[in-house]
Design a protein around this ligand. Structure first.
Ligand SMILES: CC(C)(COP(=O)(O)OP(=O)(O)OC[C@H]1O[C@@H](n2cnc3c(N)ncnc32)[C@H](O)[C@@H]1OP(=O)(O)O)[C@@H](O)C(=O)NCCC(=O)NCCS
Length: 191
């Protein structure tokens, strides 16, 4: 699970406290994880979530992202419901942290590496995800890597008085551009 700039590694229980510190509001918790967790998000909930993934027979992988050069952990992502028979999986809970690290290209590098891993290492045919329709940075990130919009779930979650719409997006192996590897994305940004 390596690229030149970043690598994805199995999430461990010792990572939970860092992850919880990155989730600093109810809005971000919902934006990041949908209906998975409840407030207050804490290490105990994450430990139960990790245990579930570890007993999923490989169908659910929780990953942390690390910068190869500095060794710093900067991200979180999950592959959910990996179905090897049909060659598909869902991507969930994409997060760059802490907050001041967002908008610097790390999300795109993380996702590029995840697609490389899914298509080349796991041999998947299709990878899909759900994103709230106001999350322009995330949508831009996914579209720039080849994801297409497939449908809308209208007003599917609630935060206070607001209902949020989500968009389903997916990318097929043949639509994925391997040139968008984490290394290539980083090099383009530096030009
Ligand atoms: C969504 C998220 C993972 C994206 O990662 P990121 O490191 O912030 O994004 P990047 O810097 O890689 O940018 C991705 C794209 O958005 C663009 N972008 C970045 N910040 C932007 C901004 N403030 N406004 C508009 N576009 C922006 C980038 O230019 C890039 O597009 P490009 O490939 O055309 O250049 C990250 O912002 C995050 O963790 N958000 C909070 C949790 C969340 O919403 N997760 C998604 C759940 S579906």
């Amino acid at each position: 699970m390596t690229s030149s700039k970043i690598r994805l590694e199995p999430f461990e229980s010792a990572d939970a406290a860092r992850l919880c510190a990155w989730i600093d509001s109810p809005r971000l918790l919902l934006q990041w994880s949908g209906q998975t967790f409840r407030l207050p998000f804490d290490v105990e909930q994450m430990a139960a979530h990790l245990h579930k993934s570890q007993t999923s027979g490989g169908a659910h992988q929780i990953l942390r992202a690390r910068e190869t050069a500095s060794g710093r952990v900067f991200g979180h992502v999950e592959l959910v419901a990996i179905d090897r028979l049909h060659g598909n999986c869902r991507i969930g809970r994409v997060l760059i942290g802490p907050p001041d690290k967002r908008g610097q290209g790390l999300g795109k590098q993380l996702m590029a590496e995840l697609l490389r891993m899914g298509f080349l290492e796991l041999g998947l045919h299709r990878m899909e995800l759900e994103v709230y329709d106001f999350n322009r940075v995330a949508i831009r990130c996914y579209e720039s890597l080849g994801f297409r919009r497939e449908g809308v779930r209208r007003e599917c979650v609630r935060l206070g008085d607001e209902f949020w719409n989500s968009i389903w997006m997916a990318v097929l192996r043949r639509e994925w551009n391997g040139a968008h590897s984490a290394g290539a994305a980083h090099e383009r940004r530096a030009e």
